[in-house]
Design a protein around this ligand. Structure first.
Ligand code: ZN
Length: 188
């Protein structure tokens, strides 16, 4: 177990799709422990394997706050099987130090995955909860998608990236989210 270096935006492997895990081997369990150690060391809510240089479909999330006991959830080969509603989410990412911007997310998701013991599970997260948003954020990392690709205000996102000396937005990566956008405008 070890605290790993978190790759920062600009590192090409953050844009690469990750591979499925075929067996929860000792090597995979070690990687999961490294993800948790690194996430807790950086006070993150979630961390995906590609962020520590392993392009495998694994992420960990812990939304416990304050004095709540640690409650890590491990997702291996996750698939979002249902999504609905829309929510504006102010997000950051351990790969973008100090950088926050508003992005579009689904309010409710249902995810299917395998846990650290190789057991399948289904989890539902609702009402734009931190868990619901974190699942979408971390799941995106496995496909080389980053939170800024969902930004609501492109100019604001560009400003904040520049301010923190990070590379510019990649216009080819911006995601059109007409459905989420319409839903958000309706809520306003
Ligand atoms: Zn992230």
């Amino acid at each position: 177990m070890a605290i790993k270096k978190v790759l920062h935006y600009g590192e090409p492997s953050l844009r690469e799709p990750s591979k499925e895990v075929h067996k929860v081997s000792k090597k995979i369990k070690d990687l999961i422990n490294d993800l948790m150690d690194t996430m807790y060391a950086q006070n993150g809510v979630g961390l995906a394997a590609p962020q520590i240089g392993e392009n495998l479909r694994i992420f960990v999330i812990d939304v416990a706050t304050g004095n709540e006991p640690l409650n890590p959830i491990v997702f291996i080969n996750p698939k979002i099987i249902k999504k609905s509603g829309a929510v504006k989410s102010n997000e950051g990412c351990l790969s973008f130090p100090e950088t926050y911007t508003d992005v579009r997310r689904y309010a409710n998701v249902m995810v299917k995955a395998i846990n650290e013991n190789g057991k399948p599970f289904v989890l539902e997260a609702k009402d734009g909860s931190l868990l619901a948003r974190a699942i979408q954020h971390e799941n995106d990392h496995l496909d080389g998608i980053l939170f800024i690709d969902h930004c609501i205000n492109r100019f604001e996102a560009e400003e904040v990236l520049k301010k923190h000396n990070l590379p510019d937005l990649d216009p080819d990566c911006l995601i059109e989210e007409k459905e989420l956008e319409d839903e958000l405008n309706k809520n306003d």
